[in-house]
Design a protein around this ligand. Structure first.
Ligand code: ATP
Ligand code: MG
Length: 424
């Protein structure tokens, strides 16, 4: 026998008993973002490799070693998107969405990174992302953060910590960077290999190391705060005041960084200690430099992306989630005539009761086997149709989850009867 082909490592199926949980999350997110006036945008999953090189930057983990890049039949270098911001900015520029207007956009979908798979870290994973354009002030930063806080509330996720930092302007960061290089160079012997490389290419990223042996060294590093100018300071203070006013608690984390030049001012992450090393469920910040870097006019922007798998792990551990019940009513159909008439009856019931889920038994079989399926479907009741019932223009109704005598209901009254039972 041929060997079964399996899914690619780090890429997962979402099975039917999990999809209700995903849909629950997606529906809540769609609802909350809609209530803030955000509009959905859908981008292709594949883009020119150049887009990610130019936006994410050459000296990042993603571009250095995580991208799924391939040549298509025309010889173009294409890449499966590792994140959504680049494609979103590309689309916004391409379609003139940034001319003299503000935008509040969101997207969702799979992202691809060739990382080492482990709990909370996959090669195909899903993000829900938000990007806003054209708004330079701390007010929009505060709004998107408050929106994420509302999301956790509405999803029933508790215990996330909001960590906040400011990266200042790129000029302020450049001076800080020199100081940082001086500090880490003085302790070069304690740097791991990655950090030694980053010392030259992207020293801020050393602060982001996940190597516990470097923790102490990083703790002792100079912080950016001292290098902030007046405007940067004010932006950060105002943001914090707005968050306080809206009742969104936060902690300062001076080591929260992004390594790229197009980032500025606000950075934030929502972190949990319940998922081990993969504790960041949502990461965002301001990226005022990116639009110009991709060829547009300078346009302020701020956004975030959340990791759906990590949120799902929290949800499944904690919140009450809808179960995978498929049906409310199961039609048990005994005999050929009932099979045929049952399909017609089911259509009529679906016309009359659009909010009920009605499953017909297909494929024939005995009474016992059909009731077993009915039970497994999760239905509250079975409607039984056989020769006798059809003779009398009636259906049998049997409750599957409660002690209640079986009833015979005239077919013409069945829709009303079900409507009463289910109150739908
Ligand atoms: P990490 O530090 O965990 O590698 P990152 O900085 O690479 O994260 P971002 O690019 O900011 O992550 O992506 C935003 C969010 O997407 C992360 O906070 C996380 O929740 C999720 N995420 C990122 N990479 C993965 C992955 N490989 N598998 C699952 N979720 C991921
Ligand atoms: Mg990463």
């Amino acid at each position: 026998m041929a060997k079964n082909i399996q899914a690619i490592r780090g890429m997962h199926d979402v099975l039917p008993d999990q999809t209700p949980h995903w849909q629950f999350l997606e529906n809540r997110v769609r609802d909350v973002l809609g209530r803030y006036g955000y509009q959905e945008i859908r981008m292709p999953i594949v883009e020119f490799t150049e887009l990610f090189k130019r936006s994410i930057g050459e000296v990042t983990d993603i571009v250095e070693k995580e991208m799924y890049t391939f040549e298509d039949r025309n010889g173009d270098s294409l890449t499966l998107r590792p994140e959504g911001t680049a494609g979103c900015v590309r689309a916004a520029l391409e379609h003139g969405l940034l001319h003299n207007q503000t935008q509040r956009l969101w997207y969702q979908g799979p992202m691809f990174r060739h990382e080492r798979p482990q709990k909370g870290r996959y090669r195909q994973f899903h993000q829900i992302g938000v990007e806003t354009f054209g708004m330079p002030g701390p007010d929009i930063d505060a709004e998107i953060i408050a929106m994420t806080a509302r999301l956790w509330r509405e999803l029933g996720i508790e215990g996330l910590e909001l960590q906040l930092n400011t990266l200042g302007t790129s000029e302020e960061r450049a001076r800080y960077r020199e100081e940082l290089v001086r500090y880490f160079s003085a302790h070069a012997e304690r740097l791991d290999e990655d950090s030694r490389r980053r010392l030259r290419s992207n020293p801020l990223r050393i602060l982001d190391t996940k190597n516990p042996e470097m923790a102490e060294l990083v703790q002792g590093a100079p912080v950016l705060e001292a290098y902030l100018g007046e405007d940067s300071r004010r932006h950060f203070e105002q943001l914090r005041e707005m968050l306080d006013a809206m009742g969104v608690p936060h902690v300062l984390n001076p080591r929260l960084v992004r390594g790229l030049d197009y980032y500025s001012l606000t950075v934030f992450e929502w972190v949990t200690d319940e998922l081990g090393a993969q504790g960041t469920v949502c990461a965002g910040g301001r990226y005022d430099g990116l639009v110009a870097q991709l060829g547009g006019r300078p346009t302020p922007a701020v956004g975030f992306a959340m990791g759906v798998e990590r949120l799902m792990a929290l949800l499944e551990a904690k919140a009450r989630l809808p179960d995978a019940r498929r049906a409310d009513v199961y039609l048990v159909l005994m005999g050929e005539r009932a099979q045929r008439e049952g399909l017609v009856l089911a259509e009529r019931l679906r016309d009359a009761l659009p909010r009920l889920r009605i499953l017909t038994h297909c494929g024939g079989g005995g009474f016992k086997a059909q009731f077993k399926r009915a039970d497994r479907s999760g239905a509250q009741l079975a409607v039984v149709l056989g020769e006798d019932e059809l003779e009398n223009n009636q259906a049998g109704v049997k409750f599957l989850r409660e002690e209640r005598p079986q009833e015979s209901i005239p077919l013409v009254e069945l829709a009303d009867y079900l409507s009463d039972v289910f109150d739908r």
